[in-house]
Design a protein around this ligand. Structure first.
Ligand SMILES: [Zn+2]
Length: 319
């Protein structure tokens, strides 16, 4: 089984009524943690990387290593996905490195934070679909703009535009994307909502409306980490300074799945778990310099967070 396209993985999720978690990794240790979790949970998984966000200087070597590592897990149906490609070139490089799926995020203007016009978004997304399809690579597009610290954008973007169901149907028919990220009230990054109700404001009705018009397109939820308060507290108790905030609760995500979401991006939660475990270890063992000693708790915490999300999304036991 091993490497599969996003289209195949999400079509199975549609049949089974669950969602597949998409986990951002920036090092090989993190990719191993994600794939170990998938193997143990017998879950399909999406391993994703953002251009320019890894521990390594040579991105093509890093991406090709990510591709090869998936072959070590023959029992795991794994999608290797480019998250938030901002340019055609990013997507073409990922295809060359063997990714089975790319996201082209043309929902914002390439040089900034402003929402792109619908026609510009369609044009660039269509070009990427035409490039990727002959290689058997799936494409995810984005409609509307999702708030928060989106890739390459510092701080919290104010320009949140919700997805419009009619435009969504038009966007899919004009571009031919396999999956669509919809802005339905989530927010990117480690600081999401400053009040508890913020994460409860997912527009479930809007998801259902879009789903009704696009029964054959997989819908994707971005910016939907839960921001566990324990992890933030551990980080801040050991020298960190992460502003406490509220994310999207597991219950809200379950409801989103029930209304048609099939891919859930979960970058921040496992990053918080990793950082908390490493900071705690270093705080409690200030004399230790052995890398294996300080990496092991971080890898364990990353894997456990990913496994928890797989169970919550209903993908565990589906491989
Ligand atoms: Zn995103």
């Amino acid at each position: 089984m091993s490497l599969v396209t996003l289209r195949v993985a999400l079509a199975r999720a549609e049949e089974g009524g669950y969602a597949v978690g998409a986990f951002n990794v920036s090092s090989l240790d993190q990719a191993i943690a994600v794939l170990d979790a998938a193997e143990v949970e017998r879950s399909p998984v999406i391993v994703q990387s953002i251009a320019g966000m890894s521990a390594y200087a040579d991105e093509e070597r890093w991406w090709k290593r990510l591709r090869r590592i998936i072959d070590d897990y023959p029992s795991v149906p794994a999608v290797l996905h480019l998250d938030h490609g901002r340019t055609y070139e990013d997507c073409a490089r990922a295809v060359d490195c063997g990714f089975s799926s790319v996201m082209i995020d043309a929902s914002r203007e390439a040089d900034g934070d402003l929402p792109a016009s619908f026609d510009d978004n369609v044009a660039l997304t269509r070009r990427v679909v035409e490039m990727a399809r002959p290689h058997g690579v799936s494409v995810e597009g984005e409609l509307g703009t999702i708030g928060g610290a989106e890739a390459g954008i510092a701080g919290i973007a104010e320009n949140i535009v919700f997805a419009d169901p009619e435009q969504a149907a038009l966007f899919v028919s004009r571009t031919g994307v396999d999956a669509l990220a919809v802005a339905v009230g989530t927010s990117h990054g480690s600081v999401k909502f400053t009040d508890e109700s913020g994460g409860q404001r997912l527009r479930i009705g809007l998801i259902a409306e879009i789903k009704e018009r696009l029964p054959d397109t997989a819908l994707v939820l971005h910016g939907s980490s839960s921001i566990p308060a324990e992890a933030v507290a551990v980080i801040n108790a050991h020298g960190g300074d992460v502003r406490p905030s509220y994310g999207v609760s597991p219950e809200q995500k379950s409801e989103a799945i029930a209304h048609g979401i099939r891919k859930i991006n979960q970058g921040t939660d496992s990053h918080l778990a990793w950082t908390a475990a490493m900071r705690r270890f270093l705080g409690e063992n200030p004399a230790v310099v052995e890398p294996s000693a300080l990496l092991a708790p971080a890898v364990d915490a990353f894997r456990e967070m990913v496994a928890t999300r797989m169970r919550e999304f209903g993908s565990a036991g589906r491989a």
